[in-house]
Design a protein around this ligand. Structure first.
Ligand SMILES: [Ca+2]
Ligand SMILES: [Ca+2]
Ligand SMILES: [Ca+2]
Length: 431
């Protein structure tokens, strides 16, 4: 019983108790309401008033502020007398029922039990084994992490202050079973040399529910020399031809997805504008840097950030497979690690943007990828997902530094070498 467990705790254990998840449950136990002169409330009469090494405890069981270690030792409980004479009882012969079921969880609910001094809580039994205990007046409990297609039995016990118990009825439940898997995420036609595609595996259950099980699936390609599938489900086209892709999970294998690898066409577009902003020095926060020959990217948390804007090409020769942003890194300190993001909003002007007026970072921004960068070299980022989300035809990118204080500079449109200007590479195919 928890009351006894509390009484048996050592001084050191209180520190753990007060900071553990058990704290909230302990607070709800009716009999632990402390007397006004409790040593757990008034540190001047407490056994551990000095606090010692446990000075970080900031409140007692009654949620009153404390600067020292609370004492809820035996002296707190021996003065009061509780005459608990009878065990809890149920008003119904079947108080316990199954409230809801998913392939991996069961929610049970029950009618509250009665008791002469009050029900302290309920023990939850799964398959005859004590699984958990709830305290207070809760009348439902959800068990997660169960196995699809498996039968379970549940029972509860009402507990009173004297640790008397009364069991409920037992309920049996069988969870919905897995009955198939399907794959998605890779088109029937992909470009040779295009970006890596990600397979998604969806489990289907007998109750009609589905679940993304990509991380737990295994993958196969009928022609790995044409389409390679990594253990993560990442698909890379390595030769012209076709292959059948499948995924397996829980004893089921998906229907095959036949994917043909086609010859790509590349359309290269120089971006329309680029600049950066600088909030490292307050004197620079209102300065626009759109005509400098490099973008300075530095400091994690976004102090010097690059911005790029480009419109989509008016037309592309085929179906879009991949879009890459290609940059030339002029200088980079060791450890420099760029993060490119696609911005949801385009309402910023390359010739007016400054640290003071730059767009706020939005949850809808799409992080393309972070990439280690080296001086005097090109870096490309797959921005396909972002570009495909931009039906408005305008692309806005932000370049930030992931690693702190490892600056890098990236060539801009004004750098004087047409081979180094920021470009977008659109890879298309003609199925
Ligand atoms: Ca009782
Ligand atoms: Ca510029
Ligand atoms: Ca846009």
């Amino acid at each position: 019983m928890l009351k006894d467990a509390v009484l048996q705790l050592s001084q050191q254990d209180y520190a753990w108790l007060w900071t553990s998840s058990e704290y909230e449950r302990l607070r709800t136990i009716s009999y632990k309401k402390l007397a006004a002169n409790s040593p757990a409330i008034n540190s001047s009469v407490g056994n551990y008033g000095s606090g010692g090494a446990f000075g970080y405890i900031t409140e007692d069981l009654d949620r009153e502020a404390r600067a020292s270690v609370p004492d809820v030792g035996a002296d707190e409980y021996t003065s009061g007398t509780v005459n608990d004479l009878t065990a809890p009882s149920w008003s119904s012969g079947s108080p316990l029922a199954v409230a809801s079921v998913t392939p991996r969880s069961v929610k049970i609910s029950w009618l509250a039990a009665s008791d002469d001094t009050g029900v302290v809580g309920y023990n939850i039994y799964k398959d005859g084994v004590l699984y958990d205990t709830t305290f207070g007046s809760e009348t439902s409990y959800t068990t997660a992490g169960l196995s699809p297609g498996t039968a379970y039995t549940f029972k509860i016990e009402a507990i009173d202050q004297a640790n008397r118990k009364k069991a409920s009825n037992t309920v049996n439940v069988t969870l919905p079973a897995l009955n198939g898997v399907a794959i998605s995420g890779v088109s029937a036609h992909v470009a040779l040399g295009g970006g890596v595609k990600q397979l998604k595996v969806t489990a289907q259950f007998t109750d009609g529910s589905t679940e993304d099980v990509t991380a737990a699936a295994t993958f196969a390609s009928s022609a790995p020399g044409t389409l390679t599938v990594a253990a993560t489900g990442a698909v890379t086209a390595t030769a012209l031809g076709s292959a059948s892709l499948t995924a397996s999970y829980g004893g089921f294998t998906s229907p095959a997805s036949v994917v043909q690898v086609l010859t790509p066409t590349q359309t290269i577009k120089v971006v329309d504008a680029d600049t950066y902003v600088d909030s490292v020095y307050s004197t620079n926060t209102s300065t626009n840097y759109s005509t400098t020959t490099t973008m300075l990217i530095q400091t994690d948390g976004g102090k010097q950030i690059g911005y790029i804007k480009a419109s989509m090409p008016a037309s592309l020769p085929g179906v879009l497979d991949t879009v890459q942003l290609k940059l030339y890194v002029v200088t980079a300190q060791a450890g420099a690690d760029l993060l490119a993001s696609g911005l949801a909003l385009d309402n910023w002007s390359p010739t007016a943007i400054t640290a003071a007026n730059q767009p706020a970072r939005a949850f809808s921004d799409i992080d393309a990828a972070d990439m280690p960068v080296k001086a005097n070299s090109y870096v490309t980022v797959d921005v396909t997902k972002y570009v495909q989300s931009q039906a408005d035809g305008t692309l806005s990118f932000r370049l930030a530094m992931l690693s702190n204080d490892n600056p890098a500079t990236v060539a801009t449109l004004e750098n004087g070498d047409s081979a180094k200007v920021p470009t977008l590479i659109f890879t298309t195919i003609n199925p």
